[in-house]
Design a protein around this ligand. Structure first.
Ligand code: SF4
Ligand code: MG
Length: 324
């Protein structure tokens, strides 16, 4: 099948701080990111804070204009189109945000919030009312919630409103930027479960952004791991979780709790030294080398390319010494 979304060599360079009278050096928040999203699938996009995953997510739905590369939606480049040209496509890709309260207008009722994307598409009023009632039920809320304001809801319920709004135009792609990170752990599984059910019912594809591999394990079909603005490993979920090729993926996975307590006790935890370096001053060669337990001299000088590894499978990793 044709990919829904094709991302090619995407980059975002922010202007850096002024150093004296010198030229302002750019900060590469996202650098050379390429991947595809197929219709109806979930791609998990994972990495520590500051790795560029949210910036990438915002560029996918054109909330942010990339400084390099392109994003094609159903074969049409959406990175350089005017907002006017983009308008008929807008309904097909939507976003869910991390903090539901910050992303919902506190002065609007649930009815107004969910209706807004439909109004923007000039949907007739009678149809809007019917759609909004369907949508609140679809996300597990009740029609009597429609006259209330966001502050009258719990975090989990507020995120359900955010999901209903994102689905209002029946999009084919939803980019969800850490949609459960701000919620109680007990609520997180409910929201992820809701998103899975909606995917089955509506066939929507997700790019599900998270800072750890535990959250996206169940929902993802494929996963991409980002480090300092680049993808370091990408591929089928089963390959990546069962047999990670990149030492960074391996370290992130060692923090995912195992359901079997004996396996959990027996497994080796890999604790990464230090914080991720600043994208303003990235390390040479493989940017992961200062924290990598397997680093060799070549890692300091040569940047590894993202490619199929001898480890096997179709997953790609950017490492000179992929894990067996
Ligand atoms: Fe570690 Fe070298 Fe692989 Fe980078 S290229 S992840 S430093 S082994
Ligand atoms: Mg973020």
């Amino acid at each position: 099948t044709e990919p829904l979304l094709t991302v090619e060599d995407l980059g975002m360079t922010f202007p850096g701080p002024r150093a004296g009278l010198g030229r302002r050096a750019g900060i590469k928040a996202v650098d050379g990111v390429s991947f595809e999203v197929r219709p109806g699938e979930t791609l998990g996009l994972v990495g520590e804070s500051g790795c560029g995953k949210s910036t990438t997510g915002r560029m996918l739905v054109r909330l942010l204009d990339p400084t390099a590369g392109q994003v094609a939606f159903q074969g049409k480049d959406i990175t350089r189109t005017t907002q006017r040209e983009l308008r008929p496509l807008r309904r097909k890709f939507q976003m869910i945000f991390q903090d539901p309260f910050a992303s919902l207008n506190p002065r609007q009722t649930v009815q107004q919030i969910i209706a807004a994307p439909l109004r923007a598409q000039d949907t007739p009023a009678a149809e809007i009312n019917r759609e909004v009632r369907d949508l609140v039920r679809l996300v597990g809320l009740a029609p009597e919630h429609l006259d209330r304001y966001p502050h009258q809801f719990s975090g989990g319920q507020a995120q359900r409103i955010g999901i209903a709004r994102a689905l209002a135009t029946r999009p084919e792609l939803v980019v969800a930027d850490e949609p459960v990170s701000a919620l109680d752990v007990s609520i997180q599984a409910q929201i992820v479960g809701l998103m899975e059910r909606l995917q089955r019912e509506l066939g929507v594809a997700y790019v599900f952004i998270a800072h750890d591999l535990a959250v996206v394990k169940h929902i993802s079909h494929r996963v991409a791991v980002m480090y300092l603005g680049r993808i370091v490993e990408i591929g089928d979920k089963h390959e990546v979780y069962a047999n990670p090729a990149h030492p960074y993926t391996k370290a992130l996975l060692s923090a995912v709790p195992l359901p079997d307590p004996a396996a959990e006790r027996a497994r080796e935890r890999i604790v990464l030294l230090g914080d991720p370096p600043s994208p303003a001053n990235p390390p040479s060669g493989c940017t992961f080398h200062p924290r990598c337990p397997k680093a060799q001299p070549i890692c300091r000088t040569e940047r590894p390319l993202l490619q199929i590894t001898p480890v096997g499978g179709s997953r790609q990793a950017a490492c000179h010494f992929p894990e067996a």
